[in-house]
Design a protein around this ligand. Structure first.
Ligand code: FCB
Length: 471
């Protein structure tokens, strides 16, 4: 990457808290040294499991979407992925061996219930074995119920545009929390409802591939309703666990000081953040959203907003990059990519301050914000294995700088309890298939060989030092 030079310089800089040889060692006063600050890695079912036709698993919208020509780069699908469905034991040994305290995974809804809602024992047993083993290893488990793989039979009846899907989701949450109670430390209902709604129904970049803003707002409402209906079931069946939701958040900055550009940046954050967080934590949709999308108000029934805004035990935040925007001359914003900034293989700008600024802003803006976990943060790079090693210098620097931003937010008073790297291993990166590598472990998709990248080794080294200091 053009920016690799600046990354190396950064790691050697006298001002940088660590050296290249020891890049994860945070300053002595960093909260990252606290053993009760949970450090983990994250994955999602469709991105790693494969085995899409095994043991009674039904099709999901991502099976359908990825099989549709032109939807996913190189025609990749999740049919095999990292073959984690068969290799889960070794994968858990690997993550436990690295010393991570936490693992965030998701359950594939189409694996565990049939179209009539009848439990699929074989699918359930897979997750029982997996979670039991994680508990035996002393790993804190964060389980996401919905990481985008809606059963296709529900999409055939309208998917998230159909209010009934919210009730089907609550049934699924009820079943899972009855079956898996005691093995899950934290339940997240949804992963990134913004992506499910906007990319899935608003611009069509993700499954099911519909493109209409009115669809996006209605789908989002039903997703959040499903979340709100699921929480009481999770509380009733598995009282000891934490219950929350995971939201992706985006930093929008203005291209100039003009009032129009400043407003554009605000609207960007309304569309990316407040659209999701206001209903959850204020019980209402932000009115400014409908300046952007006139006439796109969803149909909301009496009591929905109360259901959606019931108190939570945690909020998961996923953060990747910032977007620089200007006014589009009408009621909206338009992206103005900055020149000369560091970017990742995704083209996403590396901007750790955005994470800190968003977190401190949310603390100001939402009075009843629960404790926060950073449930995803990480970057893609075109990593290659050379002589059995993978030197992912840019990722090491990226993680170090974002962890420092988290520490700054904690020092500014934000209640952040943990951080999960996206991702444990390279995997099926949705519309970008296998080309984009987010893992701290490299996957050779021909042999399924796992190779620790240098970032994994250095994180493991830090975790070991931290543990030694605590004991
Ligand atoms: C997030 C998704 C996750 C992964 C990362 C890169 O939006 O939750 O599955 O694809 O992006």
């Amino acid at each position: 990457m053009a920016n690799d030079t600046s990354v190396v310089l950064d790691a050697h800089s006298p001002n940088s808290p660590g050296s290249l040889a020891d890049p994860f060692t945070p300053p002595a006063d960093s909260s990252l040294w606290r053993e009760d600050f949970l450090l983990g890695v994250a994955t999602a079912a469709y991105q790693i499991e494969g085995a899409v036709h095994e043991d009674g698993r039904l099709s999901s919208i991502w099976d359908t979407f990825s099989a549709t020509p032109g939807k996913v780069l190189a025609g990749d699908t999740g049919a095999v992925a990292c073959d984690h469905y068969h290799r889960w034991e070794a994968d858990i040994d690997m993550l436990a061996g690295l010393g991570f305290q936490g693992y965030r995974l998701s359950i594939a809804w189409p694996r565990v219930m049939d179209a009539a809602g009848v439990p699929n024992r074989k699918g359930l047993d897979f997750y029982k074995r997996l979670l039991t083993r994680l508990k035996e290893k002393g790993i804190t488990t964060f389980v996401t119920l919905y990481h985008w793989d809606l059963p296709q039979h529900l999409e055939d009846r309208g998917g998230w545009l159909n209010r009934d899907t919210a009730y089907r989701f609550a049934d699924y949450a009820d079943l899972m929390s009855r079956e898996l109670a005691g093995t899950v430390d934290a339940w997240a209902t949804l992963n990134e409802p913004w992506c499910s709604a906007y990319l899935g129904y608003g611009n069509g970049h993700h499954a099911p591939g519909l493109a209409n803003e009115r669809f996006a707002t209605q789908a989002l409402h039903h997703l959040l309703l499903g979340h709100g209906l699921a929480v009481p079931a999770l509380r009733a069946n598995d009282p000891a666990s934490q219950k929350g939701i995971v939201a992706n958040v985006g930093r929008g900055t203005a291209n100039s000081n003009s009032a129009a550009d400043q407003r554009a940046a605000q609207l960007f954050e309304v569309q990316h953040n407040a659209w999701i967080l206001d209903p959850l934590f204020k019980g209402e949709y932000p009115q400014a959203l409908f300046e952007l999308w006139p006439g796109a108000e969803p149909l909301v029934l009496d009591g929905d907003m109360r259901t959606i805004s019931a108190p939570l035990d945690f909020l998961g935040i996923n953060y990747y990059f910032r977007t620089n925007v200007a006014s589009d001359g009408a009621h909206g914003f338009t992206d103005v990519p900055l020149e000369g900034v560091e970017r990742t293989q995704m083209g996403w700008e590396v901007y750790p301050d955005g994470l800190r600024d968003l977190l401190t802003g949310f603390k100001e803006n939402y009075a009843n914000l629960p404790p926060i976990y950073i449930t995803e943060n990480g970057m893609a790079s075109n990593d290659q294995v050379t002589d059995g090693k993978v030197d992912d210098t840019q990722r090491i620097s990226y993680l170090k700088r974002h962890l420092a931003a988290v520490d700054q937010a904690i020092k500014a008073g934000v209640n952040i309890r943990g951080y999960f790297v996206w991702s444990l291993m390279d995997n099926f990166e949705w519309a970008f298939g296998y080309e984009r590598r987010f893992g701290i472990v490299h996957i050779d998709y021909t042999t399924q060989q796992r190779t620790l990248k240098r970032s994994a080794e250095l994180l493991a080294k830090f975790l070991k030092e931290r543990k030694a200091q605590a004991s």
